[in-house]
Every structure is written in structure tokens, then in C-alpha cells.
Design a binder for this molecule. Structure first.
Ligand SMILES: C[S@@+](CC[C@H](N)C(=O)[O-])C[C@H]1O[C@@H](n2cnc3c(N)ncnc32)[C@H](O)[C@@H]1O
Ligand code: SF4
Length: 356
């Protein structure tokens, strides 16, 4: 089975007020040494067999194009799904054309909202019209596999403004749409601000609305937050949910192989000068818990025969009482156990009862 490759770029044009990812807007002087360190890590650690590459961040397109290209060239391999996260207003047609020629075949654009007032609250550097120019430039450059990231439960957002955002995005016909409920992370400016946030009921209404609207418009709901046209599911992200092996490169990047998880130094300067890799060996119980909570994120859930062959016992026997408790929220069909839409919408609560 082929691995995935993840490459982390920890630079952004400006830090968004809600974001706790390992990304910085004041480390531009480290872009060059970071790229060189990253390329040497890639050269020494690239697995023999891989079929997906995901260049994420941060904002990969915050790097000057020649540095970004060096990284793409270091990892390019024929036949891979090769995704690059690109932020609106940080790349133009020429940039996309160069990435396309270098072998990138999937672009993920972070729009978040089609309402300029909401983009402003989030601290984004772009307007909706900037996004439209970037999206069209990617199409003109020949990208036929584009994802758009959106968020709901944004401060001051209403079900109506969310519906309008979805309508506008669907009209553009991207192949893939991700919809995340905004999480107020502890360390971010949002956690210290008085925000007018949608209620839990509104959050659920927004989620249900988007699941139904996107389904009606031909998108398969294949993971809690991810929707794709037929055949455009993100093969790289599926590896995470299916516990397939992957190697991560760059500051704070994670890897999973040979039954262990690894994490690079999160600090960008430390990563450049002396990367320390932390290794965690997983017990059988860890592996089983991971298999369940990752698998149940997908709408086709987990394969019961694979579970039995991996862990040596029957899932439906072991979790008989939890399955009974959540009978209205789950299904067993075609040799698989999965949550239905109502179950997926409260998956955090349900999944706890399926873990040891
Ligand atoms: C790691 S970010 C990187 C993408 C890119 N830098 C951008 O901002 O478009 C990937 C996605 O995670 C989502 N995200 C980031 N912070 C979030 C939060 N606090 N709650 C929910 N989703 C979040 C956003 O939709 C974002 O596009
Ligand atoms: S959401 Fe994206 S652009 Fe904003 S700070 Fe986080 S990684 Fe950077």
C-alpha cells in the first residue's frame, strides 16, 4: 500500500484571528533556510512508494514562487494526487501555471465565507472578489480539481448568509468543498474577544443545511466536513481517516508508519537548526481506538471484517450496548458500520461511547 506525503509550510501573509495552526506572519526571514532544511529532510526521508502529496500550511503560496517550486520539484512523482493549499490574493495566473507545469494537479483554496463582512471579522486578507479572481486564475491555468474551504458558525453569521455563501460557491462548480464549524481555540485572539457567535442549535442547522444543499447539488458527503463530486474525494486525506501510512515533513509535521506516530519540532527555528523527532509507539488499544474514531468520521464508516482481522474480535459484539443506545443514529449494512447524518452531526458525543 502506497504512503501519503504531507509537507508543512508555516508562513502566512497575516495570522487570522481564529487560527491556532503552526503558522506565523513574522518569520519571512526564515523562508529561505526553512526551504533548504525542508528539502534535505524530504531527500533523506521520502518513502519509496507514495501516491499522494499534500503541500499545506500555513500558506504555501506565501513563499516566493522559486522556493515553492524547489519544494514541488523535490517531491514530484508521476501519477500522484498532488494538492497545494493556496490562499486567495497570494497567487496569480502565472503562479498557478507554473505549479501546473511542475506537476501539481489539485488546488485547495481557503475562502471561508463569501461575505466580506465575515471575512473581515475573521481577519482574512482577501475579499470575496479576490477569491473569485484567484479561483478563475486557477481554472484558466488548467486546474480541474479544486477544493474550496468554508467555515460556518462565524461570528455574526446567520443561516441565511451561510446559505448565500454555499449558493455562490456551488455556482462555481468546484470539484470538492470542505465545511468546518468554527472552533474557538484557546490561544487565539478570538478566545479573548466578545463575539456574537451562532448558538449550538444554529450551528447544527447550518451543518444540516449544508449537508442537504450540497447533496442536492451533486456532492457526495464522504466525511464529516468533506463533500466531493464523484471521483474527486481527496485521496490524501482519506489516508488519515483510513489509518494508512504517511510521512510528514516540516515544522510540527506528523508521520505515521510501522505502527508508530512521529512529530517534528514545532518551533520553526528549532526545526531548521536541530529538528527533534518525538516518537510514540501505539498499543493495540490505541490502534483500535484510532481505527474507530477516524473511521467513523467517514460516512461509509468502518469495515467489520477488516476490524475483526486487525483486532481479533467482533465489533458488533464488543460495542453491542453502544450500538443499541445509538440505534437511531447508526446503520449496519453491506458489512460496514457507520453513522447516519443525524449521528455524524453529533459524532463527538457518540464516538466517545465506542472508545476504551
Ligand atoms: C490549516 S488551514 C490552512 C489553509 C489556508 N492557510 C487558509 O487559511 O485558507 C485549513 C483550513 O482549516 C480551517 N480552519 C482553520 N482554523 C479553524 C478553526 N479554528 N475552526 C475551524 N476551522 C478552521 C479553515 O477552513 C482553513 O481553510
Ligand atoms: S487560517 Fe490559513 S491563512 Fe489564516 S493564519 Fe491559519 S493557516 Fe494562515
Amino acid at each position: 500500500m502506497s504512503s501519503g506525503v504531507y509537507i508543512h509550510i508555516p508562513f502566512c501573509a497575516r495570522k487570522c484571528a481564529y487560527c491556532d495552526f503552526n503558522s506565523y506572519d513574522n518569520l519571512d526571514s526564515l523562508m529561505e533556510p526553512y526551504t533548504q532544511r525542508l528539502i534535505s529532510e524530504i531527500k533523506s526521508g521520502l518513502p519509496k512508494d507514495y501516491d499522494t502529496v499534500f503541500l499545506g500550511g500555513g500558506t504555501p503560496t506565501a513563499l516566493p514562487l522559486p522556493l515553492l517550486l524547489e519544494i514541488v520539484d523535490a517531491v514530484f512523482k508521476e501519477g500522484c494526487e498532488f494538492s497545494v493549499e493556496a490562499n486567495p490574493a497570494t497567487i496569480d495566473f502565472e503562479g498557478f501555471a507554473v505549479l501546473k507545469a511542475a506537476g501539481v494537479n489539485r488546488i485547495s483554496l481557503g475562502l471561508q465565507s463569501a461575505q466580506d463582512s465575515e471575512l473581515k471579522i475573521l481577519g482574512r486578507i482577501h475579499s470575496y472578489s479576490d477569491f473569485l479572481s484567484t479561483y478563475k486564475a486557477a481554472r484558466r491555468a488548467g486546474f480541474d480539481n479544486i477544493n474550496v474551504d468554508l467555515m460556518f458558525s462565524i461570528p455574526n453569521q446567520t443561516v441565511r448568509s451561510w446559505a448565500d455563501t454555499l449558493y455562490k460557491v456551488v455556482s462555481l462548480k468546484p470539484e470538492h468543498i470542505s465545511c468546518y464549524s468554527l472552533i474557538i481555540e484557546d490561544t487565539t485572539p478570538f478566545s479573548r474577544m466578545e463575539l456574537s457567535l451562532p448558538s449550538e442549535d444554529e450551528d447544527r442547522e447550518m451543518y444540516m443545511y449544508c449537508a442537504e444543499f450540497l447533496k442536492k447539488n451533486g456532492y457526495n458527503h464522504y466525511e464529516i466536513s468533506n463533500f466531493a463530486k464523484d471521483g474527486f474525494e481527496c485521496r490524501h486525506n482519506l489516508k488519515y481517516w483510513e489509518r494508512k501510512e504517511y510521512r510528514g515533513f516540516g515544522a510540527g509535521a506528523h508521520s505515521f508508519y510501522n505502527g508508530a506516530r512521529y512529530e517534528n519540532s514545532r518551533d520553526v527555528s528549532e526545526y531548521i537548526s536541530d529538528n527533534k523527532v518525538t516518537k510514540t509507539i501505539l498499543t493495540q488499544k490505541d490502534a483500535e481506538n484510532e481505527y474507530i474514531f477516524l473511521g467513523l468520521r467517514k460516512t461509509d464508516g468502518i469495515c467489520l471484517s477488516e476490524y475483526k482481522s486487525l483486532f481479533g474480535h467482533d465489533f458488533t459484539e464488543k460495542y453491542y450496548s453502544a450500538i443499541k443506545k445509538y440505534a437511531d443514529f447508526c446503520e449496519i449494512r453491506g458489512g460496514r458500520f457507520y453513522l447516519n447524518l443525524n449521528g455524524i452531526s453529533i459524532s463527538n458525543t457518540i464516538i466517545c461511547d465506542f472508545l476504551e
